[in-house]
Design a protein around this ligand. Sequence first.
Ligand code: IPM
Ligand code: MG
Length: 348
Amino acid sequence: MTLIAVLPGDGIGSEVTRETIRVLERVCGDRLSYEEAPVGGAAYKAKGHPLPPETLDLARRADAILFGAVGDPDCDRLERHLRPEQAILGLRKELALFANLRPAKLFAELADASTLRPEVAAQIDLMIIRELNGDVYFGEKGMRTTTSGLREGYDIMSYDESEVRRIARIGFETARARKGRLCSVDKANVLETSQLWRDVVIETAAEYPDIALSHMYVDNAAMQLVRNPGQFDVIVTGNLFGDILSDQASMCVGSIGLLPSASLDANSKGLYEPIHGSAPDIAGKGLANPLATILSAAMMLRYSLGMAPEADRIEAAVSAALATGARTADLGGSFNTTAMADAVLAAL
Ligand code: IPM
Ligand code: MG
């Protein structure tokens, strides 16, 4: 039987994963089994570490990982290696989950939820491919004192060419399965890391003559995402730029509570999580939107478990639930987390 590691994490993580498992149970029955383990601040509080060995072991044993969110204000002043965020960074690194797929598409039912004009928002159907194992996230970092006695923080940004090539290939392959357009986002006018990125993407393009490749500086990409998001098909970018642009893209389609993500290794084993965080301000109140996690589970069925028809069913049920007017607070509605999942279940 297929084993799903369920790592709810902090804040609203447990609320949204709980509802998502109800949907998975309905669609997949006893073909999936679930094993839960603590992660993030919850794991620190229970076991003294945000990514305890048993949790990492479960993640390795499982066929796929369903992840809620990490982040807990109680833990913000801990030494960095003990903070909740280290759990997700550790899982990405330990499991070599280097390819982060973050789709953003407007649900027709939600054209009015975007802060963009409806005719602009209606054009959005893009996929951000974010590199997850390198960049300034994983470079040497620290605090030191300058010669003049000032405190200085530093984080080294770097990519080697093999890291760029493997994520570029994912970008080209993804574009090939979609509309055939790939936009590589960098800051090559300022950063050496980005110059190498751009050079390697151009070299890799020789393997994909059928794909229309373009390049964009990240500042311009941020502007174009709100000016004319319809121009994008697939965006491939580094870890830091992808983090920022994917939050931006989420708001363009209405709410960060809607966007799923997949983080894949070279063999399509994956961790699936909503791109939103733990939202401590609304945690425990039943206000969270479970759709991003439910849609992440659909991605899990499609990308890691070979269950594309079931993934289609879940995605169609989400659209149908929205069409009936079901809306959580982030979308201007009054459905609580469970009621929103009930609406999806009713549409299945
Ligand atoms: C994300 C999050 C994480 C990141 C945090 C929680 C470490 O913002 O998945 O986008 O920066 O990658
Ligand atoms: Mg982020």
